[in-house]
Design a protein around this ligand. Sequence first.
Ligand code: PCA
Length: 221
Amino acid sequence: MRTTGTAQPLPTVLLTGFDPFGGERLNPSWLAVKALQGRRMGGHQVVAAQLPTVFGASLVELERLLRTHKPALVICVGQAGGRAAISLERIAINVNDARIADNAAAQPVDTPVVAGGPAAYFTTLPIKAMLLALQGEGIPAEVSQTAGTFVCNHVFYGLMHHLATCRGFKRVRGGFVHVPWLPEQGQPSMRIEELERGLRLLVATALATPQDIAQGAGAIS
Ligand code: PCA
């Protein structure tokens, strides 16, 4: 019996990280994502890609990647200096408001990511299940209520808008995760090995959890 010749390619998981920005020499988001390139996980193949830390151009590149790879799951990752835990972002907002210039020297203030778009989108990642998975492995993790208003939120909002409005993407799940600095960048920090382990766990948990679990993680005020 012939069993070769018509093998279906595996569905893909798209992971993105950013290039260094704000005068830094490295960005842990890209280093962690890059380590998973080509890996098979839960019947899927990981595609890792770097986005420029640039308003506009980052989304052009992300949309190209979405069309090329037609992923089943998308997790965009960025650096959040000053945070001590892996931050699972809950909400993307329709505003660009940059405190520093991006890598193309642009610094938009109070402009929409998508003119006429809704105020915000929720992640469609199972962030509570992901939170429990990380904490269960002893990896510092939290749910975050804001991805800021710089290029990370811009990409997060653009991703969710694309998934919500573009033909063929309605069932694709996606969201955004911020990671701390590496020890050589400052404190608080997380080692690259722990970041990579955390990211692997996040992908595996998202693939295994079609419906998020109910687990309180909210602040009281
Ligand atoms: N972090 C920035 C943009 C690129 C990155 O890694 C942010 O939090 O917006």
